[in-house]
Design a protein around this ligand. Sequence first.
Ligand code: PLP
Length: 435
Amino acid sequence: MTVNRRNQAVRAAVEQGLLTEERPVAALLDVAGIRASAGALRTAFAAVTDAPVLHAFAVKAAPLVPVLALLNAEGIGAEVASPGELALARAAGVRPGDMVLDSPAKTPGELREAFALGIAVNADNPQELARIDALVGEGASAPVGVRVNPQIGGGSIGALSTATATSKFGIALRDEGARAAVVRMFLDRPWLTRLHTHSGSQGIPLARMIEGVQEVYALAEEINAAAGRQQIDTVDIGGGLPVNFASDETDPTFETYARLLKEQVPGLLDGRYGLVTEFGRALLAKHGTILARVEYAKVSGSRPIAVTHAGVQVATRTVYDPVSWPLRITAYDGAGRPRTGEPVVQDIAGPACFAGDLLAEGRALPLLEQGDVVAALDTGAYYFTNHYGYNSLPRPGVHGFAVRGEVVEFSLVRAAQSMAEIVAESGGGRADALL
Ligand SMILES: *Cc1c(COP(=O)(O)O)cnc(C)c1O
């Protein structure tokens, strides 16, 4: 989002009453930005392969039905990893043929549903494959792949590194005998036609992501050679393109990634293999902004602290792991105009009852005052969309916006959670249950 577009949207959000005393947090999504990222993704891969490519948005990055429908209108499908995510994708109108099911712990019922709908499934392990064998034996059919872990190593964020030696995901290819066993799995099952890896993520260098794709491509070639035919027709390369949280620049771009793949894994892109991608963060992160009112401005141990309404409930990763997940914060006055003035080192605190509930610690910003507004940038993926219910703080409303000349038009994507909903979801109808 450009600075101007963001400032225009913040000003309009304040003027149009999106932030109030009762609703002191609001989340914004830039519709034009989301469309542009979807277009950039499609263009990037169309430029490097003639084969069919399904771009399946990783629903967990922004599990909002209108977002899935918007992406779908831009030609993007859905990667789902739970019954809930599958239900969201269906509610958004995503066709089963444009979905991929990747849950690490699929139940028999989940597998049966996917097969009944014709949704592609990536099996995580041999036990899951045995369940799929049974379904295939009953005559069901859907595109099926096997998820492999190339064990190329992790990145700077341990909790997000999927390709470590002991990762919980997929079949670990370098374990003793594992590679031969995977080849056998395919030779024994002529209907098994896909390979899947998701070895990138925030904190993983591009070169390492590409190494993961090279590994899975080499395995596809090995299996096809052993089968004497092109049994593997589609390779799912996962998502995981990292996002730049340090400035407004999009870096790396989808174009860069696709070009590097073309250079370094040319055989995968020569038209013999269909592709599936599963990007989440890189499609949405830069298009979301959290706005929050500053309830109080105080000083503690000579450190200025702005006590805002946005904290762990909407920025869970940042609050619990601020070193891995720093967020840019910008300051606005109560009318939604950018605050100017000498930067002062201060803390931006959230509303939750624990000391670590800080959006930013020791950050140099124009001194915030009571009634001001702060914006947490690049929060369109895995932030306000993935609410954390600490202190019974409500889920904020999410508003899409479009700028038409001088006018900013908002449309409600998700209503703010009401107090009545919080009470009801917390056993409110069962006050006597334990008496
Ligand atoms: C989380 C996930 C993704 C998306 O990852 P991003 O880093 O958001 O692009 C894709 N595929 C699988 C299997 C995942 O678990």
